[in-house]
Design a binder for this molecule. Structure first.
Ligand code: ADP
Ligand code: G3P
Length: 504
């Protein structure tokens, strides 16, 4: 058996390749950012060809850094930003348009029209999701309505739809005309608003309602597949044929990477957005409090495991915005020192409803606000309020989770790029009133994809084998002062309520 497993993590901000050993340790890593494209207020796009270039480069660089060849890699796992929607020409490999990113709100009208008959929860029983701009189905419909010739191409069988997992796997295994595989896994499919949670197949009724031909959709496969999705191309970035046999949406991958295999285990990932997933086992639990029901993972022929999810659209993206658009900081890490210049938020709250509000509100007409401003406010308060916004949004999701599942969190397992921010981690523990635990490998997303691929080829035997790799790096205990927990949280909720109904 070759010595390592490779994971390709195609995130909202960047793509990275990580190579892991049997102990779940990173032996090589390379990461590259790609461009964020904002053509209009509320729109966010990615150039899928640029993403593929970055993906190829990070694989090559990671392999080179560790001096590896394809024969050293037992299997490849792919994980990705979810929902981001791409349609491309299967003959040429050219996208018909830029990918529409999950944060993009252009499908607001489509969602409202669909909701006129049956309300926002019209497809919730089948899909576990509310009608919202977040998900892929309405984005495909928007492309059909706005890209000339696309519907004809789809009906001829020339146009393929995929989220980033499908695109990357299609490119890795062949690209145009070379027998590439067009697949997705159950977790990614569960974010399209087109997959039925019970049957794990595309839902005919919803496809008919959105007028989406089944022929353009990828085949839905388990997250860890001993039959392999396909083999990497010999002349591709890995430089040889390796089974591609693991795929998970990035948040589900982080849940696997954190080894949340038991019912009631949860993790929160702080990246561009912030996503808390609670394993609910093989039962489908429908939320009464604004959470999503989603696939957590499916290993081979085993029964699928489901999760409740609290999705927050803007977390690290707020720090990026302070850096790139407001030029308040030079690097994302600078936000911590700037926030440390003040003792508290000075009465200021920052609700980053840049893409409307996701869980638990699902209000696409909300927009961001800063409130509580006085002449006392400094740049430091902006930084502090931005970090608090991430912690308060998480608290709202944790409260909804407890109301839905009856599970009271005893501690929160965290991961993702923002967990490097120690002040944020302390604020989070204070706001929740429970310890916050960061594992040794904070790159849980890539690790989860590696686990899925490694399980498929027998590199790891079973989930219990993986638990041994999990260990604590650092724990933050909540402070005794409950000001943040009670009074300020109440003020936060008041601030949130002021964002509602902003768009007309
Ligand atoms: N030290 C830090 N403090 C605050 N935010 C940070 C810090 N380091 C990274 N970030 C934010 O975390 C995000 C990157 O995390 P990552 O897990 O790589 O995200 P993604 O998978 O969404 O691309 C960026 O939005 C960045 O602004
Ligand atoms: O790229 P991330 O880590 O912000 O994750 C994005 C989510 O998958 C969107 O649902």
């Amino acid at each position: 058996m070759p010595r390592y497993i490779a994971a390709l993590d195609q995130g909202t901000t960047s793509s990275r390749c990580m190579i892991f050993n049997h102990g779940g340790e990173v032996v090589a890593h390379h990461q590259l950012e790609h461009q964020q494209i904002y053509p209009q207020a509320g729109w966010v796009e990615h150039d899928a060809l640029e993403i593929w270039d970055r993906a190829r480069d990070v694989v090559r660089s990671a392999m080179e850094k560790a001096g590896l060849i394809a024969a050293d890699i037992a299997a490849v796992g792919v994980t990705n930003q979810r929902e981001t929607t791409l349609v491309w020409d299967k003959k040429t490999g050219q996208p018909y348009a830029n990918a529409i990113v999950w944060q993009d709100t252009r499908t607001d009208k489509i969602c409202n029209q669909l909701a006129q008959n049956g309300g926002q929860d019209r497809f919730r029983a089948q899909t576990g999701l509310p009608l919202a701009t977040y998900f892929s189905g309405p984005k495909i419909k928007w492309l059909f309505d706005n890209v000339s010739g696309l519907r004809d191409a789809a009906e001829r069988g020339d146009a393929l739809f995929g989220t980033m997992d499908s695109w990357i796997i299609w490119k890795l295994t062949g690209g145009p005309g070379a027998g590439a595989v067009h697949v997705t896994d159950v977790t990614n499919a569960s974010r399209t608003l087109l997959m039925n949670l019970q049957t794990l197949d595309w839902d005919e009724e919803i496809l008919a309602e959105l007028d989406i031909p089944r022929s353009m959709l990828p085949r839905i496969r388990p997250s860890s597949d001993p039959k392999f999705y396909g083999l990497t191309r010999a002349d591709g970035p890995f430089g040889g044929e390796i089974p591609v046999c693991g795929a998970l949406g990035d948040q589900q991958a982080a849940t696997v990477g954190q080894t949340c295999f038991a019912v009631g285990e949860a993790k929160n990932t702080y990246g561009t957005g912030c996503f808390l997933l609670l394993n609910t086992g093989t039962d489908i639990v429908h939320s009464q409090h604004g959470l999503l029901t989603t696939l957590c993972y499916q290993f081979g022929k085993q029964k699928p495991v489901y999760a409740l999810e609290g999705s927050i659209a803007i977390a690290g993206a707020l720090v990026q915005w302070l850096r790139d658009r407001m030029r308040l900081i030079n690097t994302a890490a600078d936000v911590e020192n700037l926030a440390k210049m003040v003792d508290d938020n000075g009465g200021m709250y920052f609700v980053p409803a840049f893409s409307g509000l996701f869980a638990p509100y699902w209000r696409s007409e909300a927009r961001g606000l800063v409130i509580g401003m006085t002449r006392f406010i400094t740049r430091g308060h902006f930084a502090r309020a931005a970090l608090e916004a991430v912690a308060y949004q998480t608290r709202e999701v944790v409260d909804a989770m407890a109301a839905d599942s009856g599970v009271e969190l005893k501690a929160l397992k965290v991961d993702g790029g923002m967990t490097a921010n120690e002040l944020l981690m302390q604020i989070q523990a204070d706001v929740l009133g429970v310890p916050v635990i960061r594992p040794k490998v904070a790159e849980s997303t890539a690790l989860g994809a590696a686990y899925a691929a490694g399980l498929a080829v027998g590199y790891w035997k079973n989930p219990e084998d993986l638990r041994k790799n999990w260990g604590v790096d650092k724990t933050w205990q909540p402070s005794a002062d409950d000001t943040l927990r009670t009074r300020n949280y109440r003020m936060w909720k008041k601030a949130v309520s002021r964002t509602f109904d902003w768009l007309e």
